[in-house]
Design a protein around this ligand. Sequence first.
Ligand code: SF4
Length: 620
Amino acid sequence: MTGLRDAAHDAPIAPAGATRLDVRDLNVWFDPPRGVAEPVHAVRGVDFSLGAGERFGLVGESGCGKTTTMLALMGLLPPSAEVSGQVLLDGVDILPGGEKGFIPRRWKQLAMVFQGAQSAFTPVKTIGWQLAEPIRLHENVSGRVADTRVRDLLARVGLPAHAARRYPHELSGGMRQRAAIAMALACDPRVLLADEPTTALDVMVQAQILNLLHEVTSENGITLVFVTHDLPVVVQLCERAAVMRAGEVVEEAVVGDLVSSPKHEYTRELFAATPSLFSIPARDPREAGVPILSVADLYTRYPVKRTFTDVVARRPKRSVRAVDGVSLSVAPGELLAIVGESGCGKTSTVQTVLGQVRPSGGTVEFDGRDFAHLPARQQRAARRRIQMIYQDPYEALDPRLRVRNIVAEPLRVHHVPRRERTERVLATLERVGLTPGTAFADRFPHELSGGQRQRVAIAAGLVLGPEVLVADEPVSMLDVSLRAGILQLLDGLRRTEKLGVVLVTHDLASAAHYADRIAVMYLGRVVEEGTAAQIVNSPQHPYTRALLAIAPDLARVGVRGEVLTGEPPDATAIPVGCRFHPRCPVAEDRCRTIDPVLTEGSRDGHRAACVLLELEVTTQ
Ligand code: SF4
């Protein structure tokens, strides 16, 4: 019988449906750290077997060995790593050949998409050049043929042909990740390894990338191994999944079975820590307290530097309309979540509220006083009552300071007497669950886990006894179990200490789980606001509906919602009329001229900015 042959080893290629990638008893050891005798056993007897065209999820928290497993499959581990076991690709073991064996297989048989698309590209070469490079190296084709293939690849991942002439920094995050997938597909690999390819992306771009991976693997029978710590994403994309912990696969099953009847305790813990849009906890109806923080008609504009071409072409001066008429409020003990895509103005809004950016218009009232326009000295004094928690606990903490000094820093800045500081630092560490405080006070940030670092950041935010805490994506860099811990901590603080909390997030499920109210932002403006139940169960604005439709969720096995096409328009050129109309699936002609304002529908306090809702109200 004649059939397709493996070019590198002249072995037959498995027919569709047969086992394509068979990983047997894979083990990886690294050299021991200084002072330790035993090598680090990072991957322990991992087995899985995948057919052609199968999508397989490898799930686990940081340090569980999932990325090391992928690097072992690609032959990309450092020479000091020791690898044993078998990796059979179409029946041929690719481990024994070492680097020489891997070189002809990378790109052509096995390709990898890395987490940070920016670091996957060389910054000094164009995207087109970098996509053509593996084609030129692995296939004996002319430059003209390689260029045609690059155009085809870009079209395949939904990028315009002119993206080939761009440098990586000239593309948005989503476009760069598409280009990285195009590069991995350059030589038509049979197996694609994707290592957290959507972790750094917002929910809409993530959905676009997941749909793209689904499409390219279905159309071309490519076997996909998708590595992530995000269970709902695996549930949405993959057919089967394995859960890894401490280097071992603790459970493997068809995704539907894994969700409905997880067998291993660790899998159950991961599921329990993952919020779902379909199980929002019931909340007691809250009395609308007097807001401690009120933002009214807030505007923030950043001038855009004029280029030489702008001056020659006499283009008018432009500005980024980052915040474009936002009104919000939060009461003591209330948790308000602000959600939306990257670039929607969430972070600019909170920066303006905190006085880090001067507003171009509107008011920020804190406890009845215009906070944004207070004289600098008074604003500084008022700032101790409103504090911020940043996104990245790895960058927010000074690596040279001990925990006690990091937490004491705001006390020092606000001239709290030295004799009081130690006591307040230790008490605050214990308030955020770092108990006993003395066990953590003398550590440096690198001696803490990600969750502990974020707790230290929260302690630094709490030590002055603020009345409002603003948390900007405080859990997006953390593993699932750590996320739950931090969100529960914020939830507990607002309940027990009547702290007003503003939570900025792109994760609707977390917002729905912990927030009393949710404000959905699009292109600098709040387009819908209501209670968590109103937003999730009866969304009014088409943008909110689109966000909900694509949100990965444990209850949506294999469901991929309709993704909005295109990226949000440039904030320097906000469309006339409804700013959402270029992407709105139900836009009408009048949406090009009418700029809708937030209107309260028939439900208490539930407001949305859409002409369809205005019509509903006027016809009631
Ligand atoms: Fe869509 Fe028109 Fe409503 Fe805007 S006003 S959200 S374009 S239907």
